[in-house]
Design a protein around this ligand. Structure first.
Ligand SMILES: NC(=O)C1=CN([C@@H]2O[C@H](COP(=O)(O)OP(=O)(O)OC[C@H]3O[C@@H](n4cnc5c(N)ncnc54)[C@H](OP(=O)(O)O)[C@@H]3O)[C@@H](O)[C@H]2O)C=CC1
Ligand SMILES: CC(=O)N[C@@H](CCC(=O)OP(=O)(O)O)C(=O)O
Length: 343
């Protein structure tokens, strides 16, 4: 069995990694860290894991982590860049769920995350973990920067259009909504039930840190700069992201449904919905699927793409396991075959 360590085991993405690895045929979690809960059993904090995980949390310890084959960082931004380099030097493969290894430009990273990057050479070698775009590089990577949740939904929704060059590369609109687990498990007033329930609002209109990540990813796909407006909204849901994407068609008459179906025909985790469909967040809840529907607006010039994911699975921990499978030469779908939970 491949030995996995998780730094940040008490957060939502850490707990979701535990749930997914409990079903993984070739890997097991052997080390789980938390500073606040050190000594506590994981299944005491997360009873859904009882009978499937007998680990206790321990303090993050570099020597113990170095004995793992792979380490996942399910930690706030700024932690992985301090701890990952020495692990990678010792032969440990790293998947970072934070943004430390996503943005190639250190200046852009500093502008949005207010941190000086302390692992510049590791940043240069890190691979952006969107398998539908970078599968071959991920297979060879020692460190993967796992994408953010909104960037996953937006990039997968626009990928076939940009690759085929059938839309304008500016003026794209990404109108996105997320459930509250996207904000993490740390106590915050903005995540309280009474603040979020029975309400709906936009946030980050003046600028959200996922904008540069989305623009970098779309430019990699299009092979030229892509400009978009991105507005996130908070939904009174626990899990789920819904992205509604608008772009101007440059090639009238293109068969959009066929374009999406052909591009994603061999992708195990992207499902192109039937023509005219309106995918729901609950249709991907708990699964590693991104479900996409493509529509042409009545003006015949505006393409409208609907892209849904579970922010904790394809938007975070499921995609991280998918990347891990590729890095270790395993079946890409290992541990990820659970069906979504509906209703
Ligand atoms: N929630 C989501 O939908 C998504 C989250 N992400 C990203 O994944 C990462 C984890 O997110 P999430 O699980 O929501 O976060 P949480 O706030 O829920 O959990 C954070 C975890 O990190 C640990 N931690 C915090 N600081 C440190 C530190 N300095 N050293 C070691 N461990 C630390 C905490 O435990 P303790 O303090 O006890 O050590 C806790 O277990 C973040 O970077 C987030 O941006 C990415 C995509 C989607
Ligand atoms: C609802 C909510 O608050 N969502 C988070 C994004 C979660 C995510 O993907 O985070 P990272 O890129 O930071 O890893 C936010 O908007 O900040």
């Amino acid at each position: 069995m491949i030995k996995v360590g998780i730094v940040g085991g008490t957060g939502y993405t850490g707990a979701e990694l535990l749930r997914l690895f409990a079903q993984h045929p070739q890997a097991e979690v052997s080390l789980l860290t938390s500073r606040k809960e050190a000594g506590q059993r994981a299944d005491a904090l997360f009873p859904h894991l009882r009978g499937h995980c007998d680990l206790s949390f321990s303090e993050p310890d570099a020597a113990a982590l170095a004995r793992c084959d792979a380490v996942f960082f399910a930690t706030p931004h700024g932690t992985a860049m301090e701890m990952a380099p020495s692990l990678v030097d010792k032969g440990v493969k790293v998947v970072d769920l934070s943004a430390d290894f996503r943005l190639r430009d250190r200046g852009v990273f500093k502008q949005w995350y207010k941190l000086d990057h302390s692992a510049a050479s590791m940043l240069d070698e890190a691979v952006y973990g969107l398998p539908e775009v970078h599968r071959d590089a991920i297979r060879k990577a020692r460190v993967v920067g796992n994408p953010g949740c909104y960037p996953t939904a937006v990039q997968l929704g626009l990928l076939p259009l940009l690759e085929a060059g059938v839309i304008e590369f500016e003026g794209i609109v990404a109108d996105c909504k997320s459930g509250v687990s996207g904000a993490g498990r740390e106590a915050k007033v903005g995540s309280l039930f009474s603040e979020v329930s029975d309400s709906f609002k936009a946030y980050g209109v003046a600028g959200h840190r996922h904008l540069p990540e989305i623009e970098q990813g779309l430019a990699d796909i299009a092979k030229k700069p892509v400009a978009l407006s991105f507005v996130p909204h908070l939904l009174p849901l626990v899990r789920g992201i819904h992205a509604t994407l608008y772009a101007r068609l440059t090639t009238p008459g293109v068969d959009l449904q066929a374009l999406f179906e052909q591009r994603y025909a061999s992708e195990p985790f992207v499902d192109v919905a039937p023509a005219g469909d309106h995918p729901e967040t609950r249709g991907v809840r708990g699964g590693n699927t991104c479900r996409i529907a493509v529509h042409l607006a009545p003006d015949r010039r505006t393409v409208i793409v609907l892209s849904v994911i579970d922010n904790l699975v394809k938007g975070a921990s499921g995609q991280a396991v998918q990347n891990f499978n590729l890095m270790f030469g395993l079946d890409e779908q290992a541990g990820l075959q659970a069906l979504p939970l509906a209703p």
